[in-house]
Design a protein around this ligand. Structure first.
Ligand code: HAM
Length: 422
């Protein structure tokens, strides 16, 4: 019988990756928290309708990538492919926007999209993100971009390129849609199968096709179909970004893969990511989404960043924390002194991470094991000379007593923190 493998397109988080994972999530919660965002979490599955109506049929996510199943009660459910529609549903469902406006939330959640797995693209992946719900003002569009920007700066990730565009309001998009259909219809037979479908159901998505990119180059630009009001809104978002010293590229071909956007749309790109997977994250304004979901009209804006893509970049740039040993100190008994070992372990855990080796293995084997663990110190109990504290890096050892062991351990930890790791 062959061992069971993980599902395609999924990954395990193994202990060596845990410090980077924690560092990443703590930094996002901290930066978002400093800007007044509070944690929200939503179910891993939702009524399929939430995404069909929210993200929009005609998008790749809804048409091709959803994990949809019928539950035992006969209801159609879908594993969450994105977090904005669920977060909005949660906030409006609890009427939080009636207590304070805007509502600022941040999240860290797993998402599920059935796509062809490749580098940077998984079927289960993670996002961190924020949403500002209940106000429509360019300052909030710029604010969420700034939160993402400061977060990536906090991680010390370099080379992030902010691409921003405006998709205008519904009328702007209708005019633009007509212009796109007029431009693409004569080219119909030359387009890929997906784009022929997009021409019918979602012409804006034609601009996003990698196969037919050459036709997009001469396609009409959305800016040519924008009302003055929409233009001013976008100019104001850009002015706020200038104020915050955040550099950006106005990319008129940026359309995003989800249907709920109006006005501001943006993505964070990085040169090291290729092709369709070049975005570290993205977001924008979604003022029509609440109504699509059956709630009173409520504006919103937010972003989501791909955790795995950013962590890979952080590792490549050498800014992510290194793997950590499971414990800094191993208490090894020789002969039997388990009660003393346990008592000392409890005390020493106030200073550092401690594991005990109470087995009846030989002491030299226990020490080898402690070394393999990557521990800094071993405390040997039950030797003729009494308690012995051994530094596993320098191999120096000292005799200590129950009274002096805590200070001796502290001194060793301090010394090790000053020295570069071997
Ligand atoms: P999205 O552009 O679909 O936006 O996803 C955001 C980020 O999630 C992507 O830029 C990418 O880094 C990561 N990502 C997406 N799909 C995958 C995948 N299959 N494997 C690995 N990483 C992936 C949204 O989800 C919107 N909800 C963002 C938003 C928030 N808009 C407003 N508020």
């Amino acid at each position: 019988m062959s061992p069971i493998a993980p599902p395609r397109g999924t990954r395990d988080l193994l202990p060596d990756e845990a410090p980077a994972w924690r560092w990443f999530h703590e930094a996002h919660a901290t930066v978002a928290g400093r800007h007044g965002y509070q944690l929200i979490d939503t179910p891993a599955f939702e009524a399929t309708e939430l995404f069909a109506r929210g993200v929009g049929s005609g998008t790749d996510i809804v048409d091709k990538e959803m994990y949809t199943f019928t539950d035992r009660g006969g209801r159609s459910m879908t594993l969450r492919p994105e977090g904005t529609a669920p977060a909005l549903r949660a906030v409006l469902g609890a009427r939080l926007e009636q207590q304070r406006r805007p509502v600022r939330v941040h999240y860290a959640m797993s998402m599920f999209r059935y796509d062809r797995p490749q580098a940077g693209r998984q079927r289960q992946f993670n996002q961190v993100g924020v949403e500002v719900i209940g106000e429509r003002d360019p300052c909030y569009d710029a604010e969420v971009i700034e939160v993402a920007w400061r977060f990536m700066a906090e991680l010390k990730i370099e080379g992030v390129d902010l691409q921003i565009n405006t998709l205008g309001d519904r009328d702007d998009r209708l005019r633009y849609r007509e212009a796109l259909v007029a431009y693409y219809t004569p080219l119909r037979d030359l387009l890929c199968e997906d784009c022929r479908r997009r021409l019918e159901v979602n012409p804006l998505r034609l601009l996003d096709c990698k196969k037919d990119a050459r036709y997009a180059e001469a396609a009409p630009l959305i800016g040519e179909h924008m009302s003055d009001v929409s233009r001013e809104y976008f100019a104001s978002v850009c002015a706020h970004l200038d104020d915050a010293d955040i550099p950006y590229t106005h990319n008129q071909r940026l359309v995003r893969g989800l249907d709920y956007y109006a006005h501001t749309a943006f993505e964070f790109w990085h040169a090291s990511l290729e092709g369709a997977q070049n975005a570290l994250g993205g977001g924008g304004r979604y003022d029509g989404l609440a109504e699509e979901l059956g709630f009173p009209a409520t504006p919103g804006v937010g972003y989501a960043l791909g955790v795995e893509r950013l962590l890979k970049l952080a590792a490549d740039q050498g800014v992510a924390p290194a793997p950590q040993p499971p414990a800094q100190l191993v208490i090894c008994t020789s002969g039997s002194a388990p009660a003393q070992a346990r008592r000392l372990a409890r005390e020493l855990r106030n200073r550092t991470s401690v594991v005990t080796d109470l087995t009846d293995r030989r002491l030299d084997k226990k020490l080898r094991n402690a070394d393999r663990l990557g521990a800094l110190l071993a405390l040997l109990i039950g030797l003729d000379e009494g308690l012995v504290l051994r530094n596993l890096r320098t191999r120096e050892q000292q005799v200590v007593t129950e009274e002096t062991v805590l200070d001796a351990v502290s001194a060793e930890l301090l010394q090790a923190a000053r020295e570069p790791v071997r």
